[in-house]
Write a protein that binds this ligand. Structure first.
Ligand SMILES: *[C@@H]1O[C@H](CO)[C@@H](O)[C@H](O)[C@H]1NC(C)=O
Ligand SMILES: *[C@@H]1O[C@H](CO)[C@@H](O)[C@H](O)[C@H]1NC(C)=O
Ligand SMILES: *[C@@H]1O[C@H](CO)[C@@H](O)[C@H](O)[C@H]1NC(C)=O
Ligand SMILES: *[C@@H]1O[C@H](CO)[C@@H](O)[C@H](O)[C@H]1NC(C)=O
Ligand SMILES: *[C@@H]1O[C@H](CO)[C@@H](O)[C@H](O)[C@H]1NC(C)=O
Ligand SMILES: *[C@@H]1O[C@H](CO)[C@@H](O)[C@H](O)[C@H]1NC(C)=O
Ligand SMILES: *[C@@H]1O[C@H](CO)[C@@H](O)[C@H](O)[C@H]1NC(C)=O
Ligand SMILES: *[C@@H]1O[C@H](CO)[C@@H](O)[C@H](O)[C@H]1NC(C)=O
Length: 580
């Protein structure tokens, strides 16, 4: 939605509408309410170039809206199919409608048009002069591909002077973020984006983020290359993050963005003994949770449990002060009993929906050392923090949004979160905080309908995570993903979480990959699990991958993060890198 428009230039023109009802006469003859139908040829006369939206409006395809009056002083401005109406006036008040029709009422005495509102929660507003135009929704189909040393081969000639730099294994995939016809490519600190196309045009940018505007008519990109005067046309946006030679070299672990203030636990290496923590909200339905727990617990292969974990901790996600905390080092059976003995209990929870969940404090507990609970967890030798896995069922959203510090702590200890978030919270404001937290720590954040649906997803406890990436997507398109570096993919599972819970705009996501020994690309749709924003693809070939991309489709244009993870039962040799 366009915010207020600042219109400084205003010239009064009147309709040439001809009609014989009294109100139409008011418009035409007594000039009670003025309006103007605008398109690309006349909008410059109504909006000042200093207006921040001038550039957008002036370069967007606009059509002239139609206008209808009725005798009771109703005025309707409407657009063709496929375009939406934007109305504004000379005072700076503007509204972008998501529909092609805007209606208002003319007051012949004040000469103002009051726009009628469809949604009662919206403001009513009145224009001194009704200016309207139709924004044509453009179909932009330009090519943007994120490259790194592994997939750049087909895009660059070995005679290119950039060849060695671009094929260097130090180069990294940029993130692609798409919003409408604008696409941005973003590199991490210590890197520079090199953007090029198939004509040999290329530029290394000084900024971390570069945006291109896809021009629908030409299907080519207009990219701001820094010279303010003109935009440069690129046939394609092929982007790669190369090490910024002029700056400081990137940190050793190239894709982690652990803040420098964080102490990385160097003793924390992938080991066979890790702690599993279960935390669940007291707001959950005890019976549904118990059903889930019994199933989850019975599905774990005892062999894997023995091999992977000898320690358990189980903690109620308690609210307020009544924390129940216990660690059991005994075994799978004791874990089961321990949870069963502490099923969710609403009487221990918050009693108002305004209170946010204390889940973030709870997650942080194991990693800071000031409160009672921490000492118990962090100081104990029974339940090590390194590589701990936390399964968290949330029924209430947190109110916090700033998670940078928490992210750094979780990364330092390689703590992995599997968060289950309900679509029907008992309180709190920000479910996206949990999603971001999981994204940035290689975890997953699944939305579920009710505790009864939890039992559809019970299988990740025994597997190791060895690959994680967070492509940013918007609308429909395709994004190149970093290629997993694993010799044998057989037995691996892609776990894909799509950001959109409750599912409203999500339409579909496919993974496409190539096995190294085959030229045939494989494509598989991600079937979402029952009630979840989450699906799994199993891999069967004993071969490595040479190319991996994801096709996605959302019915709106919001930028979202998809959590792409690879799990297997194989032993982990190093921690997968982090991405924001
Ligand atoms: C734009 O609007 C002007 C004035 O209403 C009209 O004369 C002209 O034909 C319109 N141009 C297009 C392309 O619709
Ligand atoms: C606005 O659009 C007009 C007509 O298309 C064009 O001549 C003019 O250069 C544009 N101005 C800017 C600042 O883009
Ligand atoms: C505008 O008026 C014409 C003629 O009366 C009518 O056919 C058309 O449906 C009206 N359009 C709208 C959007 O009201
Ligand atoms: C709008 O366009 C769609 C698809 O092009 C078409 O099916 C529909 O009938 C159109 N509606 C109107 C009112 O023209
Ligand atoms: C990787 O796959 C994508 C999508 O199928 C394709 O467009 C691209 O050309 C492939 N890249 C290489 C290097 O094969
Ligand atoms: C590259 O390093 C130079 C020198 O430190 C710095 O000015 C520039 O901003 C850096 N570029 C990027 C993209 O980080
Ligand atoms: C919530 O519970 C506490 C303790 O039982 C009580 O003092 C408080 O008034 C309750 N608040 C509401 C809003 O019910
Ligand atoms: C996934 O692949 C199927 C079959 O090829 C195709 O119909 C569908 O449109 C694809 N989905 C996306 C999001 O590209």
């Amino acid at each position: 939605m366009l915010p207020l428009l600042l219109l400084l230039l205003f010239s009064l023109l009147f309709s040439s509408g001809s009609a014989d009802s009294s109100c139409k006469d008011l418009f035409r003859i007594s000039v009670s309410c003025a309006f103007q139908q605008l398109n690309n040829s006349n909008i410059q006369n109504y909006i000042n170039p200093s207006n921040p939206f001038y550039k957008t409006l002036n370069s967007t395809q606009l059509r002239t809206p139609e206008v209808n009056f009725t005798s009771d002083c109703h005025i309707t401005m409407y657009c063709d199919n496929g375009s939406s109406i934007l109305t504004f006036d000379d005072t700076g008040l503007g509204k972008m409608y998501n529909s092609p029709i805007a209606t208002g009422e003319c007051d012949p005495t004040t000469r103002e048009v009051t726009m009628l509102i469809q949604d009662p929660s919206e403001n009513e507003f009145t224009y001194t002069q009704l200016l309207g135009t139709c924004l044509v929704k453009e179909k932009c189909e330009c090519t943007a591909i994120a490259l790194d040393s592994l997939n750049i081969g087909g895009f660059i000639d070995s005679t290119s002077p950039f060849y060695s730099q671009m094929t260097s294994s130090d180069s990294k995939l940029p993130f692609i973020s798409v919003s409408g016809c604008t696409t941005s490519m973003i590199c991490g600190p210590g890197y520079s984006l090199l953007l090029f196309d198939d004509t040999g045009l290329g530029k290394v940018f000084e900024t971390l983020s570069v945006s291109g505007q896809c021009i629908a008519k030409t299907n080519k990109w207009k990219v701001d290359t820094g010279s303010r005067v003109r935009l440069t046309t690129f046939n394609q946006m092929y982007g790669i993050c190369v090490v910024n030679d002029s700056g400081n070299p990137p940190a050793v672990s190239t894709s982690t963005t652990i803040p420098t203030t964080t102490t990385v636990d160097t003793n924390c290496t992938p080991s066979s003994l890790i702690t599993v923590v279960y935390a669940y909200s007291n707001d959950l339905d005890a019976e549904e949770f118990s059903d889930y727990w019994n199933l989850e617990h019975s599905q774990q292969n005892p062999e894997n449990l023995v091999r992977l974990w000898i320690k358990y901790a189980n903690i109620d996600l308690t609210l307020l002060t009544k924390t129940v905390y216990s660690i059991t080092t005994l075994g799978s059976n004791e874990l089961g009993q321990s949870v069963t003995a502490r099923l969710p209990d609403p009487s221990l929870g918050f009693n108002t929906s305004a209170t946010g969940s204390d889940v973030l404090k709870f997650i942080e507990v194991p990693t800071i050392s000031s409160s009672h609970r921490i000492e118990k967890f962090a100081d104990n030798t029974e339940a090590p923090l390194c590589g701990a896995r936390m399964f968290i069922c949330v029924k209430r959203y947190p109110n916090e949004v700033n998670i940078d510090r928490l992210v750094a702590k979780l990364r330092a200890h390689h703590i992995l979160l599997h968060i289950y978030v309900t679509d029907t919270p008992t309180g709190g404001l920000h479910s996206e905080t949990l999603y971001d937290l999981a994204s940035r720590t290689n975890g997953m954040c699944m939305f579920y309908e009710d505790a009864g649906s939890l039992k559809w997803d019970v299988n990740k406890r025994g597997q190791n995570l060895f690959y994680a990436t967070n492509p940013k997507v918007s609308g429909r398109g395709s994004v190149q993903l970093p290629v997993p570096q694993k010799e044998v993919m057989a037995g691996c599972e892609f776990h894909i979480v799509v950001e959109d819970g409750p599912l409203k705009f999500f339409e579909g996501v496919n993974l496409s990959w190539k096995y190294s020994s085959s030229s045939e690309p494989m494509v598989q749709g991600v079937g979402l699990m029952y009630f979840f924003n989450y699906g799994v693809i199993d891999l069967w070939y004993g071969d490595s991958l040479s190319n991996l991309s994801m096709q996605y489709s959302y019915s709106d244009e919001k930028v979202r993060t998809v959590q792409v993870r690879l799990y297997s039962y194989d032993k982990l040799s190093s921690w997968p890198a982090y991405e924001d």
